[in-house]
Design a protein around this ligand. Structure first.
Ligand code: ADP
Length: 480
């Protein structure tokens, strides 16, 4: 019984493997397009398939041209393996040398074709040219600098170098393939060469997987380091914020005492407790008093903000009738616009008291917000325009109080700054007084009470600011 397969069968069987590995490598590349080497490696089985199709039965061709084309495919196959390995190891490739190399091979093969060189001479040239891509591939693989995929690297290198072993054997027998006594050995050497190709392709695939795994490990280490530095940055920022808040609180307290003295004494002088003042003195005392009051308001805002930021703000909610609250707040709000040319209108659209569900709020804080809305409407509104305060039933869950003016409005690119503390949303250089704190405090206060704040504005038409106050019923539901 003949236990040995002939060369033609060997080439055909390995051809089937090349097709499978070509598909595998290509699919692999589709999923890992960032590893360019895989696409080059596809050329390795691809040109072997071409060789298989052309050269399976090379001895039976009358015209040797096709055999030379098959040999060129072999060289190209190993060149593609080499380029892939160089790319994989991130080694710079000089393509001009490769073109020159292929050109030289084609020239020699053409010469051999014309002189009708035999199998031995043809094989010698193929082996001589094939040593270069194989050795270069090994060189590239040794340059893979990773401890994490050593095993995969040596596995691939082992099978690549096997080809050199086969060539070595052919050199030893002086390419005497037709000698009967080497027949079996030649067949064995070819079998080993084809086997090595299959394992080289396995090696390329596991190398790619190893590289991907290594990238993941490196990325996760980087992420961990980033996470750590973010945590530290966050901790530092919190610490700095606490220090700033503490500083604001202390400063505001320190400033209020002398300010109260300035306001108190200037008021006594205004009221002529210490005798009459001349016209100039009265004017200056008025200035001192007004300036003091303004400073006190700013300092109080600062203190408010630092308290809100520290979470120290005391919200004392109770069940309040909104109609009552509006009635009580009205004089305060009217006073704000009193001496300006602005007309102030209050429109309460709520139902009568009996049907009105109470709201669970801190009425002092709501007053504070409304004062801020109305004074802003007076500051940024039209000098002889109107301010409308409207109270209405917004939905099943909220009442809405809105304050609208007929001012210049707010530019769209400033919308995001409106509720930022110390941000005057484009009014930094205007002569309208303010430090950009009122609305940021208002936002924090209403949110403490589970409500919302918002605004709409149209350039040249005016702005409307509103708060939505949750109805008690809804609050109770939410708490359950
Ligand atoms: P302040 O008035 O002290 O600057 P606020 O926090 O109350 O601070 O307001 C922040 C900014 O929002 C203001 O500087 C102003 O640019 C803008 N703004 C507030 N209310 C109005 C309004 N009714 N019309 C136009 N702009 C407004």
């Amino acid at each position: 019984m003949n236990l040995f397969i002939d060369i033609a069968t060997l080439v055909t069987v390995s051809g089937a493997y090349y097709i499978i590995f070509l598909i595998l490598l290509f699919v692999f590349w589709l999923k890992n397009k960032d590893i360019e080497a895989i696409l080059w490696w596809c050329g390795f089985p691809l040109f072997r398939i071409i060789y298989t199709l052309i050269g399976t039965d090379s001895q039976s061709y009358d015209d040797h041209l096709i055999i030379h084309v098959g040999n060129l495919s072999l060289i190209l196959s190993d060149l593609f393996l080499m380029i892939g390995c160089l790319k994989f190891a991130e080694i710079n490739i000089k393509f001009n040398y490769i073109y020159g190399f292929v050109g030289l091979f084609v020239a020699i093969a053409a010469y051999q074709y014309f002189i009708g060189a035999g199998l031995t001479d043809r094989t010698k040239i193929v082996v001589a040219f094939d040593v270069f891509p194989i050795v270069t591939s090994l060189y590239a693989l040794t340059h893979l600098n990773s401890d994490n995929y050593r095993l995969e690297k040596y596995f691939t290198m082992f099978w690549v170098s096997f080809q050199l072993g086969v060539f070595g054997f052919w050199v030893v027998i002086n390419f005497n393939f037709s000698d009967e006594k080497f027949g079996l050995m030649v067949l064995l050497s070819l079998s080993i060469a084809y086997l090595s190709h299959i394992f080289i392709m396995v090696g390329l695939i596991i190398l790619t997987i190893a590289k991907r795994r290594n990238q993941l490990i490196e990325e996760s280490v980087k992420h961990k380091a980033l996470e750590k530095s973010l945590e530290t940055a966050l901790y530092d920022a919190q610490l700095a914020n606490e220090e700033k808040t503490q500083f604001l609180t202390n400063m505001s307290h320190e400033l209020r005492t002398p300010l109260n003295a300035i306001i108190g004494f200037s008021e006594s002088m205004k009221l002529k407790f210490y005798g009459t003042l001349n016209e100039k003195q009265t004017e200056y005392i008025d200035n001192i008093h007004d300036g003091g009051e303004l400073l006190l308001k700013l300092v109080t805002d600062l203190l408010n903000l630092s308290h809100v930021e520290e979470g120290k703000v005391d919200i004392s909610p109770e069940n309040i009738n909104l109609n009552m609250l509006i009635k009580k707040t009205r004089p305060l709000l009217e006073e704000i616009v009193e001496n300006s040319g602005i007309k102030f209108h209050i429109q309460n659209n709520l139902e009568n008291d009996e049907n009105l569900s109470p709201v669970y709020i801190d009425q002092v804080r709501i007053k504070q917000i409304l004062i801020n809305f109305v004074s802003n409407a007076a500051k940024y509104g039209k000098d002889d325009g109107n301010i409308h305060l409207i109270v209405e039933d917004q939905s099943d869950e909220y009442y809405r109080i809105s304050v609208s003016d007929e001012g210049e409005g707010i530019k769209e690119d400033q919308y995001e700054n409106i509720f930022k503390p110390f941000n005057r949303a484009g009014n930094e250089n205007s002569n309208i007084e303010g430090i950009g704190l009122g609305l940021s405090i208002a936002k924090k206060l209403i949110e403490e009470m589970h409500g919302y704040i918002g605004f709409e504005s149209e350039l040249g038409i005016g702005s409307i600011f509103w708060i939505d106050i949750p109805k008690s019923k809804q609050r109770e539901l939410a708490l359950k």
